[in-house]
Design a protein around this ligand. Structure first.
Ligand SMILES: *[C@@H]1O[C@H](CO)[C@@H](O)[C@H](O)[C@H]1NC(C)=O
Ligand SMILES: *[C@@H]1O[C@H](CO)[C@@H](O)[C@H](O)[C@H]1NC(C)=O
Ligand SMILES: *[C@@H]1O[C@H](CO)[C@@H](O)[C@H](O)[C@H]1NC(C)=O
Ligand SMILES: *[C@@H]1O[C@H](CO)[C@@H](O)[C@H](O)[C@H]1NC(C)=O
Ligand SMILES: *[C@@H]1O[C@H](CO)[C@@H](O)[C@H](O)[C@H]1NC(C)=O
Ligand SMILES: *[C@@H]1O[C@H](CO)[C@@H](O)[C@H](O)[C@H]1NC(C)=O
Ligand SMILES: *[C@@H]1O[C@H](CO)[C@@H](O)[C@H](O)[C@H]1NC(C)=O
Ligand SMILES: *[C@@H]1O[C@H](CO)[C@@H](O)[C@H](O)[C@H]1NC(C)=O
Ligand SMILES: *[C@@H]1O[C@H](CO)[C@@H](O)[C@H](O)[C@H]1NC(C)=O
Ligand SMILES: *[C@@H]1O[C@H](CO)[C@@H](O)[C@H](O)[C@H]1NC(C)=O
Ligand SMILES: *[C@@H]1O[C@H](CO)[C@@H](O)[C@H](O)[C@H]1NC(C)=O
Ligand SMILES: CC(=O)N[C@H]1CO[C@H](CO)[C@@H](O)[C@@H]1O
Length: 547
């Protein structure tokens, strides 16, 4: 994708007084009530520091999001992937289900974590997803009815960038206008594919700008709190026990590196790990929390034998392809024409409106329990077509996959990349669900309604033998980047799992995990809304314990 020609200065006020670049600038001696590593951590830190009695330090390995244009203009998000500056730029292990291909696995390395670079989809999952979590954990507080208030605490409904009338597109009685993270309802303005959608998509965009946990929970008015410190360029390596008088496994120190120096921050009350589905199990294992059969051979002594750490992960496989269309106003006109691109960027720069104010104006179509199909009015999304023209791209995602994978460490060095194995398309159900999604999309485009609009598919998948179609699917599928489960919740008395339903690590006092890794299975949705809800509830659990 094209990048802005000019650097736009001072887009966001930058008086984040309590965001520190260097340990040397931090007041005090690195002793806090709570020390938090990672992204959803900004939500938790914000809620804890509402109480002036609590002091909180957030450690962020990456950089600030302030003035990072690609993390502000919704359409530019993918520029952050693969950069090594704002991205960990991970790669999966060879995936047997993908004909042994590896796949890039972007994870954000910037304040706000993945909410600073994701596709901005805001979908909560179904009531059944949450009721199943309640069932699995034997804790009714995770049920849909009980988690809904936390979604509403997060959601701040805002008018869409194009100010279109949203009447009939959403039901105000189940949405909130006073939460933290701005959302608006995306709709396509550029091409007439209105009948494609039977659902409207919510996006985390406000005023034509990305809304992330950093722009919302670390907005200036919160960042100024004296008890809320954020340290950048601080990469957590492991957790340590500074007070060895306890007798049982216990952690009160967070070791991190900044530059070439190593430091330890001390938590008087709790350590909260929010490093995400890849980072969290890695840090646990480097701290000696994991399966002794795996840690032993690596030369790490086991402090707490918890075999589920890093196991049982699930991610959503995604198959993307395009149809050529007889339309002139797709995003291709903007993405491939420098003049149009500069016009669009100038429009965004002046008014935060126009084609760049949303992420390719993507819209989901049907959302049955197993499959999500979304449409993007452009061909440049996700694939190199090598030809010009106008396209509609279709992403087919298996939102309730059965395959399971793992995240494992590969050495004693906390800074070596972990082995990320989402196990994509290992279970036959997942590949048959993708075949079904392809069939339905073909039926959709062959409807007489599209006769004068749709030219044809880029990849003809009609009348192909199942074995060949499977091979194509295995060649083209990529990870949906919605990994969960690597530090799963389970019932208190379960023989598996990493955290109890209160998100405290089993068998340890004072260590909580609050991020996507605690979800036992992926919700039939994009994960960001779920992570916000988990973080809001997690913060409440901590407050209940300490007040
Ligand atoms: C660090 O500071 C806290 C108060 O800010 C104090 O209670 C504690 O004793 C100090 N610890 C050390 C090792 O200096
Ligand atoms: C990111 O990883 C990919 C492999 O997945 C590699 O080709 C690329 O060079 C990496 N980017 C940087 C900036 O290192
Ligand atoms: C994938 O790799 C495995 C192990 O090396 C091998 O047995 C299998 O045949 C490979 N599959 C393909 C499709 O190449
Ligand atoms: C979980 O669901 C199963 C199957 O529907 C049911 O038998 C069981 O009682 C449920 N458990 C809880 C704790 O709700
Ligand atoms: C150290 O552990 C002992 C025993 O559990 C506890 O009483 C004490 O408060 C702990 N001290 C600190 C500074 O955490
Ligand atoms: C994986 O999760 C299932 C429940 O979904 C559980 O029965 C199993 O023990 C888990 N395995 C591990 C290694 O945690
Ligand atoms: C697209 O542009 C071409 C050339 O300018 C024009 O002939 C055609 O009518 C346009 N098509 C639509 C659907 O607007
Ligand atoms: C690029 O866009 C400009 C402005 O809309 C238009 O005049 C020009 O013809 C376009 N160029 C191409 C190659 O389509
Ligand atoms: C964006 O706006 C600023 C002034 O607000 C201006 O200096 C800059 O040139 C504009 N950039 C673009 C690409 O229009
Ligand atoms: C894992 O470690 C082995 C042995 O050091 C090394 O050869 C391999 O490249 C590592 N794998 C990854 C994905 O880093
Ligand atoms: C899948 O990819 C392999 C390796 O590139 C290739 O040999 C094979 O022909 C592809 N299969 C199909 C059906 O395109
Ligand atoms: C820890 C917690 O929030 N527990 C609550 C779970 O739900 C029951 C009733 O639904 C409450 O009484 C608990 O306080």
């Amino acid at each position: 994708m094209l990048s802005p020609i000019l650097v736009v200065a001072a887009l966001v006020a930058s008086s984040l007084s309590k965001v520190y670049e260097s340990v040397a600038d931090l007041p005090g001696n690195l002793t806090y009530d709570f020390v938090i590593g990672g992204n959803a951590g900004l939500v938790v830190a914000n809620r804890l520091t509402e109480d002036p009695k609590f002091s909180v330090l957030v450690l962020e390995a990456g950089l600030s999001n302030v003035e990072v244009i690609d993390a502000i203009v919704p359409f530019f998000a993918s520029n952050l992937y693969g950069t090594n500056i704002y991205d960990w730029n991970y790669t999966t292990t060879p995936q047997p289900g993908l004909n042994n291909r590896t796949a890039g696995y972007p994870r954000a390395r910037i304040l706000g974590g993945c909410s600073s670079h994701n596709g901005m989809f805001y979908t909560r999952g179904t009531a059944e997803d949450w009721d199943r979590y309640a069932n699995l954990t034997h804790d009714d507080n995770w049920s849909w009815d009980n988690i809904l208030p936390y979604f509403l605490k997060n959601e701040r409904w805002s008018p869409p960038a194009d100010h279109h009338n949203t009447k009939g597109q959403f039901n105000p009685s189940v949405h909130s206008t006073h939460g933290m993270t701005s959302n608006y309802l995306a709709c396509s303005r550029s091409i007439s594919i209105t009948t494609l959608a039977n659902r409207w998509l919510q996006s985390t965009v406000g005023d034509g700008m990305r809304s992330s946990s950093a722009t919302s929970y670390l907005a200036d008015k919160f960042a100024r709190r004296n008890n809320f410190h954020v340290l950048l360029h601080a990469q957590v390596s492991d957790l340590v026990d500074l007070n060895k008088t306890n007798g049982k496994p216990s952690f009160d120190g967070v070791r991190f590196s900044q530059g070439t120096s190593q430091f330890t921050a001390k938590a008087r009350k709790e350590i909260i790990l929010s490093a995400g589905s890849v980072g969290t199990p890695s840090i646990l294992m480097h701290s000696g929390i994991g399966d002794r059969e795996i840690l032993g051979p690596l030369g790490i002594s086991t402090v707490l034998h918890l075999p589920s750490v890093g196991q049982n992960v699930s991610d959503q496989p995604m198959f993307i392809t395009s149809w050529a269309v007889k339309l002139n106003e797709t995003m291709d006109s903007v993405a491939e024409n420098v003049t149009r691109f500069n016009e669009a960027f100038a429009q965004w720069n002046i008014s935060h409106t126009g084609p760049l104010a949303s992420f390719g104006t993507r819209r989901p179509g049907r959302v049955p329990p197993h499959i999500e199909i979304f449409f993007a009015p452009e061909g440049s999304f996700g694939l190199e077509l090598g030809e010009t023209g106008h396209f509609v791209t279709v992403g087919m995602i298996i939102v309730s996959p059965r395959s399971r994978g793992s995240v494992m460490i590969n050495s004693t060095s906390p800074f070596d990349p972990p082995l990320i194995d989402p196990g994509l398309l290992q279970d036959d159900f997942d590949i048959s669900a993708l075949r079904e999604a392809i069939k339905r999309t073909q039926q959709f485009f062959s409807s007489p309604v599209w006769q004068d609009t749709v030219i044809g598919p880029i990849l003809d998948l009609e009348n192909i033998a199942t074995a060949v179609l499977n091979d194509i699917i295995r060649n083209e599928t990529s990870p949906g980047l919605h990994m969960v489960g690597s530090a799963s919740m389970s019932a208190r008395d379960a023989t598996w799992g990493v955290v109890n339903p209160d998100l405290l690590v089993k068998g340890v006092d004072g260590l909580r995990i609050i991020d996507a890794s605690v979800l036992p299975r992926v919700p039939s949705a994009h994960t960001q809304a779920a992570v916000y809800a988990v973080a809001e509830r997690g913060a409440d659990l901590i407050k209940q314990r300490w007040t």
